[in-house]
Write a protein that binds this ligand. Structure first.
Ligand code: NDP
Ligand code: HSE
Length: 434
């Protein structure tokens, strides 16, 4: 319940890129927010690591002791610090004491959502984290609430702006990965340490959160198959261009049905070739876009700014308003469910399609040897295109869907054939060819 004066007291943990925007709105738009919520939101304290570095903030609210602020008389804890510890401990404390928690922390949620949800369930507190995936885009609430009566079969999208910026730039300039990453860092799109983005960790955390909500199953980041973009070369991008395709780092979460009808969940993050006519191909720069497919709703697409202080603050504030309204009403909002508890399908058993580009000797019988490798692993070929060079031929093969392990084994075997001079590019493909 709100405090004695009817206000909802908020503790803000972290006041950096996102937290400073949240603070600005809480102070500048206090009256408007109070009117929407039906109660005043009182910023009770702001925890930062170095209070002396924040002369711009109301000094009487600042503290370096986030733990004490959480324990104080507050109704809602908004966490915008990031990382696992000590944040996990603080948020568990808050939830166990019945305080609502709003967070943008995908790293924490993708590994510890089960214990956080359990603590929230026992005390009856709200746990909201809309900002943790795709920044400003309203995506988690639609999955949890608007689509709660439907059966979601697939969630696929671009959920990392840094890698999308790099791949878009490689596609438009023809430059290599290292040069483009340097440029992205110089322009401030990539962080000083871009590992979490370029190696796919950030997208894998988001995929885990999306799969958990979509399929009512706890999926952690370690369940998500992860490949980053560091291995993407200018020749991969050129090979895609020849097929009227482009390369994107996609998070793909699917409900997979086996022949006997049993269901499992597949969650993966890796570079993918998609047709230039695909709607995700037109998502460039640091933007995010996510496709959702559901039995009754059909295809839905969510698009917008996936990062940045103000866009991310929009999602945080939406959660804060929801939590505050619930407090005023004396209840809690709809909670997610993990009742389906579907098994997570290993990547090797997940059906995918490959694009393989080879330089081969240009003589009789070569195609037959290559085709035999596919047949050996029971992989069906969908299309073959050959272009002659002086002494070699360039062979491009696109497969039908097959278990990923079979496709990998096929590529390995092809690489060992004497007639294959070079495996130029191997990438998974999504979407129909136009
Ligand atoms: P920043 O690094 O800009 O800010 C982090 C804040 O946390 C700083 O104010 C810092 O204090 C404070 N802090 C760090 N350690 C402590 C501590 N031990 N006790 C108290 N305060 C501490 O992070 P962002 O704003 O970029 O990100 C915040 C969260 O939002 C993360 O979980 C991130 O993944 C998520 N997010 C961020 C997006 C973005 O575009 N930036 C997009 C979507 C999600 P000080 O200022 O004194 O250093
Ligand atoms: N580093 C992330 C990105 C920020 O590039 O999309 C948003 O989570």
């Amino acid at each position: 319940m709100p405090g004695e004066d009817g206000s909802v007291r908020v503790a803000l943990l972290g006041c950096g890129t996102v937290g400073s925007e949240v603070t600005r709105v809480l102070i500048d738009d206090a009256d408007e927010l109070a009117a929407r919520i039906g109660a005043k939101v009182e910023l009770a304290g702001i925890a930062v690591r170095r209070p002396d570095k924040h002369p711009e903030l109301p000094q009487h609210l600042l503290t370096a002791d986030a733990g004490a602020l959480v324990e104080s008389d507050v109704d809602v804890v908004v966490e915008l610090i990031g990382g696992i510890e000590p944040v996990r401990d603080w948020l568990l404390t808050a939830l166990r004491k019945g305080k609502a928690v709003v967070t943008a922390n995908k790293a924490l949620l993708s590994e510890h959502s089960a214990e956080l949800a359990e603590a929230a369930g026992i005390s009856g507190a709200d746990l909201y984290y809309e900002a943790s995936v795709a920044g400003a885009i309203p995506l988690l609430r639609p999955l949890r609430e608007s689509l709660a009566g439907d059966r979601i079969t697939r969630v696929m999208g671009i959920v990392n702006g840094t890698t999308n910026y790099i791949l878009s730039a490689m596609d438009s300039t023809g430059a290599g990965y290292a040069d483009t990453l340097d440029e992205a860092s110089r322009l401030g799109y990539a962080e000083a340490d871009p590992t979490a983005d370029v190696d796919g960790y950030d997208a894998a955390s988001k995929a885990a959160i999306l799969a958990s909500l979509a399929f009512h199953t706890r999926v952690t980041a370690s369940d998500v198959h992860r490949e980053g973009i560091a291995g993407i070369s200018a020749s991969d991008i050129a090979a895609a261009r020849l097929l009227n395709r482009t390369v994107k780092l996609l998070a793909i979460c699917e409900r997979v049905q086996a022949d006997d009808g049993t269901e499992s969940v597949s969650a993966r993050v890796h570079p993918v070739m998609i047709p230039r006519t695909h709607q995700l191909a037109g998502v460039n720069g640091a933007f995010n876009a996510v496709y959702v497919e559901a039995d009754a709703a059909g295809e839905l697409m969510f698009y917008g700014q996936g990062a940045g202080g103000a866009p991310t603050a929009s999602a945080v504030l939406g959660d804060l308003v929801a939590a505050a309204r619930n407090r005023v009403a004396g209840g809690r909002g709809p909670r997610e469910s993990a009742h389906a508890a579907l098994p997570v399908r290993p990547m090797g058993q997940t059906p995918t399609r490959y694009h393989i580009s080879l330089d081969v000797a240009d003589r009789a019988g070569v195609l037959a040897q290559v085709a035999q490798a596919f047949a050996t692993h029971d992989v069906s070929i969908a299309a073959v295109r050959q272009r002659d060079r002086t002494s070699t031929a360039s062979l491009v093969i696109v497969t039908h869907s097959a278990p990923d392990a079979a496709l990998r084994a096929t590529v390995e075997e092809i690489g060992k054939l004497d007639v294959v001079r070079e495996v130029v590019s191997v990438m998974r493909v999504e979407g129909e060819d136009s």
